[in-house]
Design a protein around this ligand. Sequence first.
Ligand code: NAP
Length: 322
Amino acid sequence: MRKKVVVFSQIDSEILSRLQAQYEVVQISPKLGDVNTQIQTAVQDADGMIGAGRLLNASNLSAAKQLKIISSVSVGYDNYDVNYLNSHHIWLAHTPHVLTETTADLAFTLLMSAARQVPALDQWTKQGEWKRTVGEAQFGQGIFGKTLGIIGLGNIGTAIARRGFHGFNMNILYHNRHEKLELAQALSAQYRSLNELLQQSDFVVVAVDLNDDSKELIGVEEFAQMQKHAVFVNIARGSVINEQALIDTLKNNQIFAAGLDVYKKEPLQVSELFDLNNVVTLPHIGSATAETRQQMAELAYRNLVDVLEGRTPRYLVNPQFS
Ligand code: NAP
């Protein structure tokens, strides 16, 4: 009998074809009704799951009798209840590294767009407001040689720091729970407490994973530490910051601008952010280039197939069962 795989989000069509050739495949789709009900039914006799962007926990996985692997097409795994998966000996795999450089590119895109008011001035130009030479209201913040503070010097944080150090001659500060001496040395990056980093940086970029320690890591008190000309960028997860605190900070012009790719509730349909000119909002596109999404799908496919064929996959979040 063929093994059964549940595809719980849209995935690369070529990968889907390969899966359909090897396994019995059930696709979950909002077009077919309530997604959680579909998942609850489909997981009952499923051996593996692949996809991204859905909350998977006891409430929709409890009927699973033989599930061995959830293969996430993402590096972040905050959508999954890892404790639940551990207690049921279900492996969780993810896709680190292949999206690092693309996501770092996007972080820098946000940093530069917010610093130079790119979207607002694009609109301003197109609306015929460019009637004479630009004035102070159109001025931005210089980037070259400034201080870049990275919160979360992991894979993506380091790739962002490299861009700042080598490309823009920036002075790099970082904050993690543990100092990263070797990584930091190559970039002359200096460790700071969170408050010191916020006080001393011209640009602050958040690149932590979402965990119990990083939830709402940056709130009212933290935003208050930042400099008036500073630019704040979040490419990590929306829940790493207190979104309302950032909105108030921007409304009061306590910092110069922000660039966001992630939000507490996604997709973002209604938000006070939409009324603000000093924030650049993107729809969670950190890894969204055709080639990177293809590489992520390929890696997630390999992680899934490895487990279904009795091998240990390369990128496990919970490797303790191997
Ligand atoms: P990573 O290599 O695991 O890096 C995460 C870093 O965050 C680690 O160095 C960790 O170091 C640090 N960290 C965790 N909690 C912290 C805390 N409370 N305070 C300070 N530092 C903390 O992961 P990555 O591959 O760089 O990815 C990072 C995250 O980016 C992902 O988990 C995902 O949520 C997000 N992401 C977003 C997009 C997008 O589309 N916008 C794309 C890819 C990834 P310590 O353990 O020493 O603290």
